[in-house]
Design a binder for this molecule. Structure first.
Ligand code: CP
Length: 311
C-alpha cells in the first residue's frame, strides 16, 4: 500500500510497489479518461526552490488530468523563505493547504528533513545532487515501454556520473532487476561518487567503467546521456573543460544496435546533437511525455484514489 507514503529515495518503495506504479501508468496511457476525475477535490502543492521545466509542469499536468488542483511557487524568491523562514516551517504551513506536496530544493537531504514535519505525502522532486526518484520512475516507464522489460539489459550511463542525481537513482532502481549490466562512461573527474561505487560492489551489481563512448556503444540496449551540471561545479574552468567531453552524433550511432533506446532526463545543452532527434532510437522526448503518466499514477497511489486500477 502506497497510500500516504513519502517518496524521498526510490528505495522508499519496494520493487513490487514500483511495478504497481508502472502498471497503473500503462492503464492511464491506454485510457486516460477513466482517471480524469479521481482527484476531484484534492490539492497538490508544488514548492520549487530550484528551477525546473519538466518535473514541475509534468506534475502539474498530471494533477490537472486527474481532476485535481494545484498551488505553489516556481520561484522561491516570491516566498517567505526570503524573509528567513525555515524549510520545516514552510512545510508545516503548506500541509494545511494541500493533500500532497512536491518539492525541489538545491540542498542534499532537504527532502529527508522536510518529511519529518510533513503530515501529507511529500514527494522529492530533486534534492541537490542526491536523489530524483520521480525521474527514475519516468525512466523505468520509458525503458519498459520501449524495450518491453526491465531486466537483462546492458545500460550505458554517459557523461556527468558524479553530480547527476538521475543516474544515481536509476542505477539503484535498475540494479534491483535481474541480469542488468551497467557500463559507466565518464571522464575520470566525473566518475560515480564513492558511495555509489560502494553500492554497486556491495549489491553485487554487474558493471564496468570506460572513458570513451565509442568503445562500448555497440554493446548497449539503453544509452542514458546526461548533462554536465554547471550549477554543481565549484570552478567554472573545470566546467568549461569537461562540458563537451561527450557529444552523441549520428556518426557515432552508426555503430549502435538497431533497437538501442537513447534516453536523457533533459534539459540537454549540447551532449546530444540535434540531428539525433530524428533517429527512431531517440526516446528522450517520449520520456518527457511518459513523465506525466507516471506522475499521475504516483499521485493516485499516494492519495489512495487508484481504485480504477484492476491490478
Ligand atoms: N529532468 C528534469 O528534472 O528536468 P527539469 O529540471 O526541467 O525538471
Amino acid at each position: 500500500m502506497l497510500t500516504q507514503k513519502h517518496l524521498i529515495d526510490i528505495f522508499d518503495f519496494s520493487t513490487e510497489e514500483v511495478d504497481s506504479i508502472l502498471h497503473l501508468s500503462q492503464l492511464m496511457i491506454k485510457s486516460p479518461s477513466d482517471f480524469s476525475t479521481i482527484c476531484n477535490g484534492k490539492i497538490m502543492g508544488t514548492l520549487f526552490f530550484e528551477p525546473s521545466t519538466r518535473t514541475r509542469l509534468s506534475f502539474e499536468s498530471a494533477m490537472l488530468r486527474l481532476g485535481g488542483q494545484v498551488l505553489g511557487f516556481s520561484d522561491s524568491s516570491n516566498s517567505s523563505a526570503t524573509k528567513g523562514e525555515t524549510l520545516v516551517d514552510t512545510i508545516q504551513t503548506v500541509c494545511h493547504y494541500t493533500d500532497l506536496i512536491v518539492m525541489r530544493h538545491p540542498n542534499e537531504g532537504s527532502a529527508t528533513l522536510a518529511k519529518t514535519k510533513a503530515s501529507v505525502p511529500l514527494i522529492n522532486a530533486g534534492d541537490g545532487g542526491h536523489h530524483h526518484p520521480t525521474q527514475t520512475l519516468t525512466d523505468l516507464l520509458t525503458i519498459q515501454q520501449t524495450k518491453g522489460h526491465l531486466d537483462g539489459l546492458t545500460i550505458g550511463l554517459c557523461g556527468d556520473l558524479k553530480f547527476g542525481r538521475t543516474v544515481h537513482s536509476l542505477i539503484r532502481a535498475m540494479g534491483r532487476y535481474p541480469g542488468n549490466h551497467f557500463i559507466l562512461i565518464s571522464p575520470r573527474e566525473l566518475q560515480l561518487p564513492d558511495y555509489m561505487m560502494h553500492f554497486l560492489n556491495s549489491q553485487g551489481i554487474s558493471y564496468e567503467v570506460h572513458e570513451e563512448l565509442e568503445a562500448v556503444i555497440d554493446q548497449l540496449d539503453v544509452l542514458y546521456m546526461t548533462r554536465v551540471q554547471r550549477e554543481r561545479f565549484f570552478n567554472e574552468a573545470d566546467y568549461v573543460r569537461l562540458k563537451d567531453h561527450y557529444i552523441l552524433t549520428a556518426d557515432k550511432l552508426t555503430q549502435a544496435k538497431e533497437d538501442l533506446a537513447i534516453l536523457h532526463p533533459l534539459p540537454r545543452v549540447n551532449e546530444i546533437s540535434v540531428e539525433v532527434d530524428d533517429d527512431p532510437r531517440a526516446k528522450y522526448f517520449d520520456q518527457a511525455g511518459y513523465g506525466v503518466f507516471v506522475r499521475m499514477a504516483l499521485i493516485a497511489k499516494v492519495l489512495g484514489v487508484d481504485s480504477n486500477d484492476a491490478h
